[in-house]
Design a protein around this ligand. Structure first.
Ligand code: CU
Length: 217
């Protein structure tokens, strides 16, 4: 009988390697990419999307698109992980589980030491920055575009603003106690600057620089 050979580590398909580089950035030393805070998840599902930014091409639309190659260079990377489910605990003695949505973003290859705005938008990315539609809102503002801080705020929308380090990397996370409506959220858009919170300007963050299509649950 021949000796059993040790299994070689599985080869990572080339197509996935770029995504994994950013996913590594998202993954904490624990098995979860998400912060540990004593709460317990039940019935969780994770949705992952990642890509390398390229300009929109007439032939085939990539998952990650840059509309401004100066501020979001070609080859910069992004990964988004969404975790949905019910979260239990957090309060002593409380056993009830609440529905929850956490969204984590990681980027690399952007300009160093710079603040960018980022939000979940309603539509998938398209050839123009506007294709991503407005911000996803849990409670929809009857008045659109929404710049009323009562609706355009970080609790009712998903804001993922971040500031890059000296190497052009950053990570951010948002946590909510609600779930996206089915088919209601389609992308993460990176904006020119941090998100405003004042009446008449709330939710705005300058030009739409780049977009990642994410099939949010
Ligand atoms: Cu936005």
């Amino acid at each position: 009988m021949k000796p059993v050979k040790l299994m070689k580590p599985a080869r990572i398909p080339r197509r996935a390697s770029a995504a994994l580089a950013v996913t590594a950035l998202l993954t904490s030393p624990a098995t979860s990419a998400f912060a540990q805070d004593g709460t317990r998840w039940v019935k969780t599902e994770e949705v992952r999307a990642a890509g390398v930014f390229v300009p929109p091409s007439p032939a085939r639309l990539a998952t990650a698109l840059t509309y401004d190659v100066k501020l979001v260079p070609v080859g910069a990377r992004i990964a988004v992980v969404e975790r949905v489910g019910d979260r239990a605990g957090g309060h002593a003695g409380r056993e009830a589980a609440d529905s929850a949505t956490d969204v984590r973003l990681g980027v690399s290859g952007l300009l160093p030491n710079r603040m960018y705005g980022a939000h979940v938008h309603t539509e998938p990315c398209g050839r123009t920055p506007e294709d991503a539609g407005p911000h996803y809102q849990n409670v929809k503002d009857p008045e659109q575009p929404s710049t009323d801080p009562a609706y355009a705020n970080r609790e009712n929308e998903v804001w993922l603003d971040f500031t890059t380090d000296s190497g052009g990397r950053a990570a951010s996370e948002s946590r909510h106690t609600w779930r996206f409506r089915p088919g209601g959220a389609g992308s993460v858009v990176i904006h020119e600057h941090g998100t405003a919170t004042t009446p008449g300007e709330a939710g705005t963050a300058g030009a739409r620089l780049a977009c990642l299509t994410v099939p949010f649950e």
